[in-house]
Design a protein around this ligand. Sequence first.
Ligand code: NDP
Length: 399
Amino acid sequence: MSRVLIIGAGGVANVVVAKCCQNPEVFQEIMIASRTKSKCDALKEKFDGGKTIITTAQIDADNTDEIVKLINKYKPEMVINVALPYQDLTIMDACLETGVHYLDTANYEPPNIPKFEYKWQWAYKEKFEKAGLTAILGCGFDPGVTGVFSAYALKHYFDEIHYIDILDANGGDHGYPFATNFNPEINIREISANGRYWEKGDWVETDPLEIKRVYNFDQIGEKDAYLLYHEELESLAVHMPGIKRIRFFMTFSEKYITHLNVLKNVGMTSIEPIEIDGVKIQPLRFLKAVLPDPATLGPRTKGKTNIGCIYQGIKDGKPVSYYVYNVCDHQSCYKEVGSQAISYTTGVPAMIGAKLLLEGKWKKPGVYNVEEFDPDPFMEQLNKQGLPWNESFKPELVD
Ligand code: NDP
C-alpha cells in the first residue's frame, strides 16, 4: 500500500491528483500540501469520493524543517514535488532526512538568479545512493517524456543517435491577448533567456528567440518554432552516447512574441527588485499577479499540443531517422480532469514516474534523469494513461 505526499496545488498538481485517483491500486492514500491550503482543499473536494483517500495540509516548502515535520507525521513513501523549481532542494533535503523517495518535474532554479542547471540536484547523487533512496528528476513532458522517448529510440532503433531535435508545439488558443500556459514567472524567465543548444561537445549561445524555423506539425499545421535552451538538453548531452547536436524548439504565435517584447522592453520581465512606495518588488512577480492564472485557462483553451523528438543516427551502419510524438487535445483534457493540455502533459508523466517508482520498476538508489531508466514500462503507461504516442520513420526534418 502506498502513501504519497504531493507538494503544490497548481495546474500540474490538479492533474497529478486526478491521475493518482484513477490509479488507486497504487495510490491508496495521497496528501496534497501547499502554501495555500484552500487550493489543496479545493482539489480534495474535486477528486474525493473514489478509492484513494485524500488529505490536505498547509506547508511552506521553502522551509526544510516544516517539510520534515509533515513527512514524519504523514509517513509517505515518496514526495511528488509539483510546487516550483525554487523548492527542489529544500524538499530533497527533507526527503533525505526522513528517508522517502523524491520526484519532480523541473530542475532547481535559484529564485534570484535566472539560471536553471542540474548541477545543484546532481550534487545530491551520493547522498541519495547512501540513503538507499531514489530521486527522479524532471519527470514532466519536457523534460520528462522527451528523455523517455530518447532512451526508447536508443534502445530500439539506433546504435548511435547523432542529432536530436525536440519540438514542442502548442496549437491551443485561450482567447486572451496574452497569457502563459503554466506558471508565468517560470515560463517568461525561460523564454526571455538567451537560446542555447549543444553541438560538437559544446554549448552554442544565441540571442533570445534568434533562431526560428517553420514546421508542419501533425494535427496542428504550420507553426513558427523558436530555438530555446531547455533543461533536458543538459542531461541528454551527458546521457546520449555519441550525440553531436541537440536542439529544442517551442512554438509561439506572432501575437505572443509581440506582447513579450513589449513587456520586456518596458522592464516588466525583469527579476531585479524595484522600489514602489517603500515596497521592494520584482517586476516579473508583479506581472505574474496581473496575468491570468494558468489554472483558469482550461475551460477557454481549444486546440491541440504536439510534443516530440526527431532523432537521426545510425543502426547497423545505415542512417536512420525517427520521430516520436504525442498529440494532446486541450478540450479533452479539460473534460477528463479540468485542466488544459500543458498541465495534463506534465501531470500524467509525473504520476507515471511515481507509479513506476512505487512498483519498483524505476527504483534505484541515487539521483537520476528519466532517460537513465528503462523506457519500455513508461512508454506502455503513456498509452494507457492518456498520452498515446505516434511514430514516423520518414519525418520532415528541421534544417
Ligand atoms: P503553479 O504556479 O500553477 O503551481 C505551483 C504550486 O506550488 C502552487 O500551488 C503554489 O502555491 C505552490 N507553491 C509555490 N511556492 C510554494 C512554497 N514555498 N511552499 C509550498 N507551495 C508552494 O505551477 P504549475 O502547476 O503550472 O507548475 C508546477 C511545476 O511544474 C513547476 O515547477 C513547473 O516548472 C513544472 N512544469 C514542468 C513542465 C514539464 O514538462 N517538465 C511543464 C510545465 C510545468 P500557491 O497556490 O500558494 O501559489
